[in-house]
Design a protein around this ligand. Structure first.
Ligand code: AMP
Ligand code: ZN
Length: 487
């Protein structure tokens, strides 16, 4: 079955033809680590985690690069000193790099809780300043950029004069762009309002600064993604992803930088994930309409009636296609919770089910085909999930003795359900995880009790034994050490 991907560049679903047979190079814009990621950010990263998992499952050897934006000219309010990292570091009375570290750690913890796989390369903008300076120099040499007051700008008009098309990805017309731009940022330095910064001169107050041929400064945000993606994936690579809101100007600028620098389109397939909304409004820090992922998990928030396990949040997100808007609400989460438990119950029945039958009264081969059709149809997770629930219904019928399955079909069904549910959708079995946690916790208590005994603190060791017994956990001391049983 051929994999089809919706390419934002052409506005059509296209058959995926990788540059190198059997491999896929994918770059996804990472977080700007000056504050906690909100649940909306998590949705976009999860969409690409699902895409990554699907590509791997479909047997592609994937190089997955997702950067960390830990420096860069990001503000559009015209104030060069208004660097988000510097602003936050003043607010929290921390070094900018402490801000970067704090929120990078938070980002990883959150993604780990939602069972996202790490990318194969996770480069940082500050680790690639030299590459960004080199790209800027090359763009100046090729006549696509100019220096002004220690800053360097990309010359959008010149780009178009050379027959290239700034606006091709976002389908914007350059004349319209010029007419509608309010120029605040660097207004006295730029030739044209649409020109964007490749390098910004640092004012004396600006702490995050590096030496460059144009004086001390810091790189532009758009350039860092070009530097990191082409360094690890080549001048022309397969897939570039990010949230819909990054299409313009960020990704448009990346297309222009790549083409101007390397005379080739940087990306073959542009993929854009749609937004998470809450109460019908896009989730965003600036409007206050947001929830932090861990607030949803802990239940400490004003929007949801109860806490929800990350696996249930993940199931909820996977029920929407990555290109559709997803509105998160209490009702939708409650429904997802129900669906999730039904799915996990079926997984348990399926794992324990045995058969000696030679006949099946359900077409597993056809079902398998439909599942792969959904997966390869632009990663259609909701349709895939609908097919998985057909299997769930069949599994419950098996349990109730109302259907039969052959030995080979059962084997296929078990393998495929495991692969789709756990590997591809990345859902975790909460119960199994809880059992593992319980076991680990009890081992800690058994060890502490042994230490107490050794120190002849029998009062404490007895207390541990008795209190566990009160909770229905019986410890037994044997020759091999202490074991426990649930009573
Ligand atoms: P940022 O750190 O602001 O660059 O955002 C990280 C990623 O989250 C980007 O790919 C954004 O497009 C994405 N994003 C921001 N807001 C939302 C939202 N409400 N829903 C889904 N993705 C979002
Ligand atoms: Zn980017």
């Amino acid at each position: 079955m051929q994999l089809k991907i919706y390419n934002s560049l052409s506005g059509e679903k296209e058959i995926f033809k990788p540059i190198l047979e059997g491999t896929a190079g994918m770059y996804v814009c990472g977080p700007t680590v000056y504050s906690n990621v909100h649940l909306g950010n998590v949705r976009t990263f999860m969409s690409f985690d699902f895409i990554y998992r699907s590509l791997v499952h479909l047997d592609y050897k994937v190089r997955y690069v997702r950067n960390i934006t830990d420096a860069g000219h990001l503000t559009d309010d015209g104030d060069v000193d208004n660097d988000r990292f510097v602003k936050q570091s003043r607010l929290e009375k921390l070094e900018p790099m402490e801000i970067v570290q704090k929120y990078t750690v938070d980002f990883h913890k959150v993604l780990d809780a939602f069972n996202l796989l790490p990318p194969t390369i996770e480069p940082t903008a500050t680790g690639h300043i030299l590459e960004q300076i080199e790209l800027t120099q090359k763009l100046i040499e090729k006549g696509f950029a100019y220096e002004s007051n220690g800053s360097v700008y990309f010359d959008v008009l010149e780009y178009n004069k050379q027959g290239l098309n700034y606006g091709e990805l976002s389908r914007r017309n350059i004349e319209e762009l010029f007419a509608n731009t309010r120029d605040l940022d660097g207004q006295h330095e730029k030739k044209n309002p649409q020109d964007f910064a490749l390098w910004k001169a640092a004012s004396p107050a600006h702490i995050m600064r590096w030496n460059s041929p144009w004086g001390e400064g810091f790189p532009g945000w758009h350039l860092e993604c070009t530097a990191m993606s082409t360094k690890y994936l080549g001048d022309n690579f397969d897939i570039h992803g990010g949230g819909m809101d990054l299409k313009f100007p960020h990704h448009e600028c990346e297309v222009a930088q790549g083409k101007a620098c390397n005379d080739v389109a940087p990306v073959n397939y542009w993929m854009h994930a749609n937004m998470l909304t809450m109460n019908g409004q896009r989730m965003s820090k600036s409007t206050g309409n947001y929830i932090l992922p861990m607030q949803l998990v802990s239940g400490q928030n004003d929007f949801f009636e109860k806490p929800f396990h990350p696996a249930i949040v993940r199931f909820n997100f996977m029920q929407a296609h990555y290109r559709s808007v997803l509105d998160i609400s209490n009702e939708a989460m409650m429904a997802s919770e129900k669906g999730y438990h039904r799915l996990m119950d079926a997984m348990k029945i399926l794992a324990e089910y045995t058969t000696e039958s030679t006949e099946s009264d359900w077409d597993v081969a056809l079902w398998k085909e439909k599942c792969y059709e959904a997966l390869t149809d632009d990663f259609n997770s909701p349709v895939l999930i609908a097919h998985l629930f057909e299997a769930v219904n069949f599994i419950f019928k098996l349990k109730d003795g109302k259907a039969s399955v052959s030995v080979s079909d059962l084997d296929e069904l078990q393998k495929l359900m495991d692969a789709f549910v756990f590997e591809v959708l990345g859902l975790q079995n909460i119960e199994e995880n809880n059992n593992e946690k319980l076991d680990e916790t009890l081992q800690v208590l058994i060890e502490l009790r042994a230490q107490a005994k050794k120190a002849k603190n029998f009062e404490l060791s007895d207390q541990i034994r008795d209190r566990l017994l009160e909770k229905g956990i019986q410890l037994k001391d044997g020759r091999e050490g202490t074991t426990y049983s649930l009573i």
